[in-house]
Design a protein around this ligand. Structure first.
Ligand code: SAM
Length: 271
């Protein structure tokens, strides 16, 4: 149970939010009663919701490893969440010890806990910013001062873009990040959807979105076609946009109804 309250006046304890519900689902301790109640409501409707969260973390790990194999040593992690096992800098530095990571999240508990965990890390920053405002993110000291956008950067938006409302024009938001990404850069996304082959998985994802609708951070599902629109201009690595449980791994477990993809910026497609 998280006991930070007065020290972090920006925290809204009246409603659950994505970072803290996700922390609860992953077995973390930086969440409040409202978040645990929302997590339990999700588990009541979709008992495998926590497993889907772990599948998302596993996807993130595989995607970061691929970026390292491609020689990318800089990471901008949008909607990075509350630190947990397998953080991006831990994974990346196993492969590339000098990897630099700029974490960005909007949620005060995620930012405060990240700051505490990262205090002794050189080459890793945490910035509180809104990923829907790319210029705010890209001009922040923790991002601009750490990452060199003349060289390849991996921009991660893992389980984060479904908090961008339909009115917020997701392709334009992603497009603004793409404009500053040098050739050889990569975009990593995962995103909930009910446009999937398995009707049970689709129904479970709609259940999760219904619970999130009562939170401070509603989640919006997108069709596969809408996600492809957001990925326009990126060359998707194999196997393309697929369920995270099918992305460069084999699992006997059912689909999660969370799509994942990694897209590369090629020289001719940068803008
Ligand atoms: N990326 C991590 C992962 O995949 O394990 C955490 C995902 S968690 C489900 C979603 C995160 O996105 C939360 O920490 C939440 O605070 C953050 N988030 C939601 N809306 C955001 C926004 N507009 N700007 C920045 N972060 C946001």
């Amino acid at each position: 149970m998280c006991v930070v309250t007065d020290e972090h006046p920006g925290i809204d304890l009246s409603r659950p939010n994505a970072a803290r519900i996700y922390d609860y689902m992953l077995g973390g301790s930086h969440n409040f009663a409202v978040d645990r109640a929302a997590g339990e409501a999700m588990l009541a409707r979709f008992p495998d919701a926590a497993l889907a969260g772990h599948a998302n973390r596993a996807f993130l790990g595989r995607a970061v490893e691929l970026c390292c194999e491609l020689g990318i040593s800089q990471f901008l992690d949008l909607g990075s969440g509350i630190p947990t096992a397998g953080n991006v800098h831990d994974i990346a530095r196993r492969h590339l010890p000098d990897a630099r990571v700029a974490y960005v999240d909007i949620e005060p508990v995620a930012v405060a806990h990240s700051r505490a965990v990262l205090a002794d890390q050189v080459g890793v920053t945490i910035t509180r910013a809104d990923l829907r405002d790319p210029d705010q993110v890209l001009s922040a000291d923790g991002v601009r001062g750490l990452l060199d956008f003349e060289a390849p950067v991996a921009v991660l938006a893992v389980a984060a873009l479904h908090y961008v409302a339909p009115d917020d024009d997701l392709p334009a938001v992603v497009g603004r990040y793409r404009e500053v990404m040098a050739p050889g850069s990569a975009l990593v996304i995962s995103h909930g959807s009910d446009d999937v082959a398995d009707p049970a998985a689709a129904a479970h994802m709609r259940e999760l979105a219904e619970v999130m609708a009562t939170s401070a951070t509603p989640a919006y599902l997108r069709s596969r076609a809408r996600l492809h629109e957001a990925l326009a201009g990126f060359d998707l690595v194999d196997p393309g946009l697929v369920d995270i449980r099918r992305w460069r791994t084999h699992s006997e477990l059912p689909d999660t109804a969370v799509y994942g993809a990694v897209g590369l910026v090629s020289a001719r497609r940068r803008r």
